[in-house]
Design a protein around this ligand. Structure first.
Ligand SMILES: Nc1nc2c(c(=O)[nH]1)N[C@H]1C(S)=C(S)[C@@H](COP(=O)(O)OP(=O)(O)OC[C@H]3O[C@@H](n4cnc5c(=O)[nH]c(N)nc54)[C@H](O)[C@@H]3O)O[C@H]1N2
Ligand SMILES: Nc1nc2c(c(=O)[nH]1)N[C@H]1C(S)=C(S)[C@@H](COP(=O)(O)OP(=O)(O)OC[C@H]3O[C@@H](n4cnc5c(=O)[nH]c(N)nc54)[C@H](O)[C@@H]3O)O[C@H]1N2
Ligand SMILES: [Mo]
Length: 756
C-alpha cells in the first residue's frame, strides 16, 4: 500500500465550507484579480502588466488557450488570467541565498503552494551528487554538464525531453530539432495527459487533430454543448463568447456531474450590467451525468436520430463520410436500460435534448478534461464525432468540434513537432531542411517515459517548463523513477516540486516568461503562439526581466543543442543565428511546417492555419472521408460501497501552480484537502459532512492512499466524487491509462472512503 501524507506547511484547520455559487465572474472576479496581483507586485506594475494582456502589441496571456476576439476590449483578460500573469510578474525572488537556506530535503517536504509562493528563479543552480543544497553554477558550466551527460549515453533513447504547453512556437521548433538531431523521438509533453484523446479520436475520424470552429462559429451556432468542462474557472473568457452566442439565439446544453458556476449563470465583468446585475443564465439544459457516461449519452442521441431518416443529413453522409452502416447497426443495437444506467440521466431529459437537436441547424460540441481523461475517452470522442456527422455539423458555419485546449501554446507546440509519434511527412521535411536523417522509431510519451526511468532505461530527463513530478500520476512511482536518473534538468520560471525530487544530479535553468522583454543580439524579439482555434499570433513581453541572468527559452535550447551536438558529433546547425534573430527560426518553420508559408511576413499580424474539414470538407483520413465509428459501450460499474472519483482543478490553481487555498464558486475557503460527495452516498456510508476520511483507490496492483480529506456534502451525480489534483495523483496508477491515447485516467478513479 502506498500512502501520501499531506505536506506540513499548509494549515487546513481554518478550512470553511459555505454555499456554492451559481454565477461566475462579475465584480468579485475583478476585485479578486486585483487583490491577487497586489500580493505579488506593486500597483503600478500591476496596471502596466494587465493592460498588455492579449492586446495586439502585448503578450499572449499565459493562462489558457482560449482565442482573442477581433475587437478587443481594454481588459481582455479574466480573473484567472490575471492570477497567471501575477504569478509570473511577481516581485518575489528565489536566489542563491534561498537555496543556501533550504536543503532539497526540506523543500521536498513543502507543498506546491508554498514552493510557488517563493517567487521567480533568478540564476542557474546545480545540485551535485550527494549534495543537500543547490549551488550557483555558470550558464557555461551548466550547458557543458548537460552536453557531457547526453553525449556519454550509450543510446540517444536513454534521454527523455518533456515540454509543457507554455513554450513558444520558436522555442518548441528548435527543441524538437535539437532532440531529433541528437537522435531520439522521446518528446513527451503535457498533451499526453490532456487532450491526447481528442487528437487521437479526431485524427482518425476527421483527419485533423484540432478543433474545427472559430469564435464566429460559436456566435452563429443554434446549439452548443459544453461537455466535461468548467469554463468559469478554467476558460473564463469562453463565458463571454457563450453569452454572446446565447444573445444571438443559441441554446446551451451543459453536461457535467457538477453544476459548475459559470455554466449556470454568467456576469460579464467587462460590461456594467454584468458587474452589477444578476447576469445571463447560460445553460438551457443541465444534464447531471454520471462520470464517464458521455459515450452512452451521445450513443442515445445518435440512436434517437437514427430513428427518423428526416433527422439525418443524407447528402452529407453519402458524399463525405465512410462507415455509416456499421456505426448505425452498432448504435441501433444498444439498449435503453444500459444507456440510462451509464448516463444516470432520466430518459425524458435525453429525449428533451434530442428535441433541441432536431430544432437546431447548426451545432457545436465543446469539451475538455471531463471527456479526455477516462479509459474510453477516445471512443467517447469518436461518438461525439458520430453525433455531429449525422446532421452534417462539420465543415460549415456555426457547426463543428471544439476541444477547448488548456495551456496557452499546447496546440502550437504539437504543430511545431513536439510529439513522440511524428508523421513520416514531418520527419522528411525536417531532414531535408536541415540535412540529417531524423530517427524514425517512435519515442516515449509521458507514461512510457516514467516507466523507462523506473526501469533504469532513461537516464537523463530534461523538461522545458512544467512540473512533471506533480502533474503525472502515481506520485510515489514517478518520484522513485526520477530519483533513479543520473541527471534531471528543469528549464523553469518558478520553483516547483520537480526541482526537489531529482536525479543524482540536477540543474535548474531559469528562463524568461511571456511577460518579459526578450532582447537578443539582433534586437528585441517577439515569439508566436497558436490558440485553441488554430490562430497563430505574436506575443511580446513588456516587463523588465525578473533577473539579469535569465535567458530566453530559445537561447537556452540553442546553447544546449550546440554543445550537445558538437560533443556527440551530430549535425552542425547555426544555433547562434537562430538566437540572435527569431526570424531565422521562422524562416525554417515556414519551410518545414505546412500552413506557415511566408511566416516571417505574417507573424506580427497573425493568421489562421488551414484546416481541411473546416475549410472545404476535405478529410485527410485513411479513407479520405470523415469516418463514422462503431464504439463499444462499457458501463463503468464499481463494487458495492465504492465511488468513482474525478480529480479536478480548484478556482485558485493553474494545474500544479496553486495560487491560493480557496475554491470560491464551490464555496471552499482556506483549504484543498476536501472531497465532494453526494449527500445520499454519504448517508448510505454513515459519513457526515465535515468528517475526515482517507481516500483509498483499489486496483489489481494494490491500494493507494491519500490521507485526511474533509468531506463536503455536495450536489454531484450520485456515485461520483471529486477532489483536487495534484493532491490526489497518488491514487492514479501509472498503468491506468486510456485506450489508444495512453492518457492517465484521472477522471474515473475507483475509491472507497475510510473515516479517520
Ligand atoms: N485557471 C485555470 N485555467 C486553466 C487551468 C487551470 O488549472 N487553472 N488548466 C488549463 C489546462 S492545462 C486545461 S487542460 C484546462 C482544463 O479545463 P477543464 O477540463 O475545465 O478542467 P477540470 O478542472 O479538469 O474540469 C473538468 C470538468 O469536467 C467535468 N467532468 C469530469 N468528468 C466528467 C465526465 O465523465 N463527464 C462529463 N460530462 N463531465 C465530467 C468536471 O466536473 C469538471 O467540470 O484548463 C486550462 N485553464
Ligand atoms: N490528477 C490529475 N492530473 C493531471 C490533470 C488532471 O486533471 N488530474 N491534468 C493534466 C493536464 S490537463 C495537464 S496540461 C498537466 C500539466 O502539466 P505541466 O504543464 O507539467 O504542469 P504546470 O503546472 O502547468 O507547470 C507549471 C510550471 O511551469 C513552469 N513555467 C511556467 N511558465 C513557464 C514558461 O513560460 N517557461 C518555462 N520554461 N516554464 C514555465 C513553472 O516553473 C511552473 O512551476 O497536468 C496533468 N495532470
Ligand atoms: Mo491541460
Amino acid at each position: 500500500m502506498v500512502a501520501q501524507p499531506p505536506s506540513t506547511d499548509v494549515d487546513e484547520r481554518n478550512l470553511t465550507v459555505g454555499p456554492k455559487k451559481d454565477q461566475a465572474a462579475g465584480l468579485t472576479a475583478v476585485v479578486q484579480s486585483l487583490r491577487h496581483a497586489g500580493r505579488q507586485m506593486s500597483a503600478g506594475r500591476t496596471l502596466l502588466t494587465l493592460a498588455k494582456v492579449n492586446q495586439k502589441d502585448g503578450f499572449d496571456c499565459p493562462g489558457c488557450a482560449w482565442p482573442d476576439p477581433d475587437h478587443r476590449s481594454v481588459a481582455e483578460f479574466c480573473e484567472n488570467g490575471a492570477k497567471a500573469v501575477a504569478e509570473e510578474a511577481t516581485e518575489r525572488r528565489v536566489d542563491a541565498d534561498f537555496f543556501d537556506a533550504w536543503s532539497v530535503v526540506d523543500l521536498a517536504d513543502k507543498s506546491d503552494y508554498w514552493l510557488g509562493q517563493q517567487g521567480r528563479l533568478t540564476e542557474p543552480m546545480f545540485l551535485a551528487r550527494g549534495a543537500q543544497h543547490y549551488r550557483p553554477i555558470s550558464w557555461d558550466a551548466a550547458f557543458d554538464l548537460v552536453a557531457s551527460e547526453l553525449a556519454a549515453l550509450d543510446d540517444p533513447n536513454e534521454a527523455s525531453f518533456y515540454t509543457s504547453g507554455r513554450t513558444s512556437n520558436e522555442a518548441a521548433f528548435l527543441y524538437q530539432l535539437f532532440v531529433r538531431a541528437f537522435g531520439t523521438n522521446n518528446l513527451p509533453d503535457c498533451s499526453n495527459m490532456c487532450h491526447e484523446s481528442s487528437g487521437s479520436a479526431l485524427v482518425e475520424t476527421l483527419g485533423v487533430g484540432k478543433g474545427s470552429v472559430s469564435l464566429e462559429d460559436l456566435y452563429r451556432a443554434d446549439l452548443i454543448f459544453v461537455v466535461g468542462q468548467n469554463p468559469g474557472t478554467n476558460h473564463p473568457r469562453m463565458l463571454s463568447a457563450l453569452e454572446k452566442a446565447t444573445k444571438a439565439g443559441a441554446s446551451i446544453v451543459a453536461v457535467n456531474p457538477l453544476p459548475e458556476a459559470g455554466l449556470m449563470r454568467f456576469k460579464n465583468p467587462q460590461k456594467v450590467s454584468g458587474v452589477i446585475g444578476r447576469g445571463t443564465a447560460l445553460a438551457d439544459e443541465y444534464a447531471q451525468i454520471r462520470l464517464n457516461g458521455d459515450l452512452a449519452l451521445f450513443r442515445a442521441l445518435n440512436r434517437l436520430l437514427l430513428e427518423s431518416e428526416d433527422a439525418l443529413d443524407r447528402a452529407f453522409i453519402d458524399e463525405h463520410t465512410h462507415g455509416f452502416d456499421e456505426f448505425a447497426e452498432a448504435t441501433r443495437a444498444s439498449e435503453w436500460p444500459e444507456l440510462l444506467e451509464a448516463t444516470g440521466l432520466p430518459r425524458e431529459q435525453i429525449e428533451r435534448i434530442h428535441q433541441r437537436v432536431l430544432g437546431s441547424e447548426r451545432i457545436v460540441v465543446c469539451w475538455a478534461m471531463g471527456l479526455t481523461q477516462h479509459k474510453n475517452s477516445v471512443p467517447t470522442i469518436r461518438e461525439v464525432v458520430n453525433f455531429l456527422l449525422l446532421r452534417g455539423n462539420v465543415g460549415r458555419p456555426g457547426a463543428g468540434v471544439c476541444p477547448v485546449r488548456g495551456h496557452s501554446n499546447v496546440q502550437g507546440d504539437r504543430t511545431m513537432g513536439i510529439y513522440e509519434k511524428p508523421s513520416a511527412a514531418f520527419l522528411d521535411a525536417l531532414g531535408t531542411e536541415f540535412g540529417f536523417a531524423p530517427p524514425r522509431e517512435h519515442g516515449y510519451d509521458v507514461v512510457d517515459s516514467i516507466r523507462a526511468m523506473r526501469d533504469g532505461v532513461v537516464k537523463v530527463f530534461l523538461a522545458l517548463g512544467g512540473n512533471f513530478v506533480s502533474a503525472t500520476p502515481d506520485t510515489a512511482v514517478t518520484e522513485a523513477a526520477l530519483r533513479r536518473t543520473r541527471l534531471t534538468v528543469q528549464v523553469s520560471t518558478k520553483l516547483n516540486r520537480s526541482h526537489t525530487i531529482t536525479g543524482e544530479q540536477a540543474l535548474i535553468l531559469p528562463t524568461l516568461g511571456r511577460t518579459e522583454v526578450d532582447r537578443q543580439a539582433g534586437g528585441p524579439q517577439f515569439v508566436t503562439v497558436e490558440d485553441s482555434m488554430s490562430a497563430v499570433h505574436a506575443s511580446r513581453g513588456r516587463l523588465t526581466p525578473a533577473s539579469a541572468q535569465l535567458r530566453s527559452e530559445v537561447a537556452i535550447v540553442s546553447a544546449l543543442a550546440e554543445r550537445t551536438l558538437a560533443k556527440a558529433r551530430r549535425v552542425e546547425l547555426p544555433w547562434e543565428e537562430f538566437t540572435a534573430d527569431y526570424d531565422r527560426i521562422r524562416e525554417r518553420i515556414a519551410r518545414v511546417v505546412p500552413g506557415f508559408e511566408n511566416f516571417v511576413e505574417r507573424a506580427e499580424e497573425g493568421f489562421v492555419l488551414p484546416h481541411g474539414p473546416r475549410d472545404s470538407r476535405t478529410f485527410p483520413t485513411a479513407t479520405g472521408k470523415a469516418n463514422f465509428t462503431a464504439n463499444a459501450l462499457e458501463v463503468l460499474r464499481v463494487p458495492p460501497g465504492r465511488l468513482i472519483l474525478q480529480t479536478v482543478r480548484s478556482h485558485d490553481q493553474y494545474n500544479t501552480t496553486i495560487y491560493g487555498l480557496d475554491d470560491r464558486y464551490r464555496g471552499v475557503r482556506a483549504g484543498r484537502r476536501v472531497v465532494f460527495v453526494n449527500p445520499a452516498d454519504l448517508a448510505e456510508r454513515g459519513i457526515n459532512d465535515g468528517d475526515h476520511v482517507d481516500l483509498i483507490s483499489e486496483y489489481a496492483d494494490g491500494e493507494r492512499v491519500a490521507e485526511n480529506f474533509r468531506v463536503i456534502a455536495y450536489d454531484t451525480a450520485p456515485g461520483c466524487a471529486a477532489a483536487y489534483f495534484p493532491e490526489t495523483n497518488v491514487l492514479v496508477p501509472l498503468d491506468s491509462t486510456a485506450e489508444v491515447s495512453n492518457t492517465p485516467v484521472s477522471k474515473s478513479v475507483v475509491v472507497r472512503l475510510e473515516r479517520r
